[in-house]
Ligand binder design. Sequence first.
Ligand SMILES: [Zn+2]
Length: 697
Amino acid sequence: MIVGKSILARILLVGVIIFIATLSLRAEDQPDTSYEIIGHRIRLHIFPSQNGITCIDTFSIRLLRKDVHSIQLRFLPAYDIEQILLKGKKVDFKRERDRLNIDDVPSDSVVQYVLSFSGHLNFQSEYSSLSKDRAILREEEILPYGPRRLQDVRMDIIVPSSWDVAAPGNLSTRESLADSTLFRFRLDETVPMIGWICAGKFQRSRSSDGKVEAYVYAEDSSYAPRLIAQASEVLEFYSRQFLPYRFGTFKIVEVEDWVAGRNVLAIAVPSMVMVKKLALTTDDKFNRADAILPHEVAHQWWPMTAFIRDEDAALLAEGMCEYSALLYNEHTGKLSARDSLKHHPLLRSLLLRIQKGKDIALQQKADLRSVPTHYLKSSYVHNMLRRIVGDSVFFQLYREWARRYLGRRGSQQDFQALAEELSGRKLGWFFEQWTTKRGVPRMKIYSVKSAQQGSGWVTRGRVRMVGYEKYTTYVDVAVETAGGKMTKTGIWLGADSAGTYHNDAPFEITTDAKPIRALLDPSGDILKMQKLPAKLSELRDPSDGIMIVGTRQHKEYLLGLAQKDSASMDRNWWSLAIKYDSSITLADLQQEHVFLYGKASENSVVADLQNKFPLGFHGDSIEVKGETIYDSTLALVQCIESPYVTQGLVVWIAPMSEHAEPELGPYESSWTVIRGKEEISSGTWEVTDEDLVVVVK
Ligand SMILES: [Zn+2]
């Protein structure tokens, strides 16, 4: 029996995906196991005025079997191949769409081809582009590729003389040519990819030790010092915690918002992170560069040090980076009581997804950009594993994972085996339950009674697993008194070490003072079904919806507000329709997201619905937190669960007068009084989950 310790921690990124370039998402991408690419020596010439490139790529292939006579690479059809040489002699090759077949492969363990090609970047891509000011080139769209484990990468990149180049590896030479500059990069460490090459006009700055560099657009140069300072600190922490950082320098490179499509805020490649302009300039603190950098930097270990398989990316790349970021924030003491996994803005979205049966198992090939809740689920899995094996084994697990799988691909099975070896426990059930199965457990606390005994109080009760799914987990229970909280940790529900299933367990807690409430999982360590209050922060998870504008009064003004909100939400990948209250049907109200503009005197739908909202108007003023507020420049925004459709949300934007200019956003509250987007007062609805909290009798 131990006094409760407040666990963790804040996941800083929310609704944000940090993309790693390892995924091949097409079903036909069955990796060829006969070879791997182990080196590239590239001479790449970029001609922005012609939107073109020329390139000589000397790539080395290691044959993994003896009977290999031909190899198949992928290579964009947009380029013209001048020739492919092997030991100075031209070799035959065939191209079919994006396949490049080379036949008559010599029987040798390593074969080196020299590929010369050129072409224009006139294809549609959400990953690469070349304009007169900059180039963003994704490895797969400029080089031949296939299975790779790159041990030797050298790149000579030639660009106009006013340009800079930021590419994976260390810059060894920068040489001025007639009207251009040559940048020579070298990667001496084994890496799973090159990823991207960025070039263009940048403002470049570096840390005093020269190890961390920022390449940002001139107008954003003020962000550079903070990015550099933070990245240095994070690199140092992970170097101590996991394994020393493997690459000499680290670069932060600004890229435009279109790169890699919706939901992506940053992209990690070896020794470099590309950060979108949006992340530098947004007001949303959860999406800001300083919030996402700790996760991003962690990708230098997961998976740039310990390589992974695509199907394990949720657990061994994204979840592990998310949890590493949380460890960093825990270490720096930036966590506060409210920054726990249980207060994560995506938790309600994740649980709703599960309730709707729309969740997918963590372990599978998936485009993680479309499943932001996977980041949270996977982070929970790491947290629960930590609680089971204990801190010292858990930290050793991360260190050993980096050390043993440095430069080679480990699987989830390998990760599990290592966790079992270090902890001396069987953990197959844990990984199966949380990564190969869908769903989360539902638990309850019940039959809680308390009696005075001697000078103190003894509270007894039971906890149980609800439903037919046989989950296994430990769980904590706490008893709250006027003087504080007493916690009993590690009550086991589910399969015991002999495999017998117990869905019910008793507990007993002694306190000095009279108990008030008993709580199941008081720190929110376990991912489980629970009731959570509707919050405006859910607007961070893009969806579609309808905006209903009042026509009773101030129609034009209210329409203007809706149009402005719709435009800014469109930029965050929402899809919204605007309608007048006079033409609303039941089907409109049954949409998953409904936004109401105006007070009852202005909007007839609001007149029907306003009683469903906890806060109301008294004439022109409102009363919040015992205070009456009237100010013509303010607006009250509230959100509640939809009375029309389960798991829907209704948001009501009520300006106090037409002088108010409220801006809708993912506020961390259920209701807020705002001026513009400045919060004057706010709060979250009290929701009691009878399964998890009981009043002690
Ligand atoms: Zn990531």
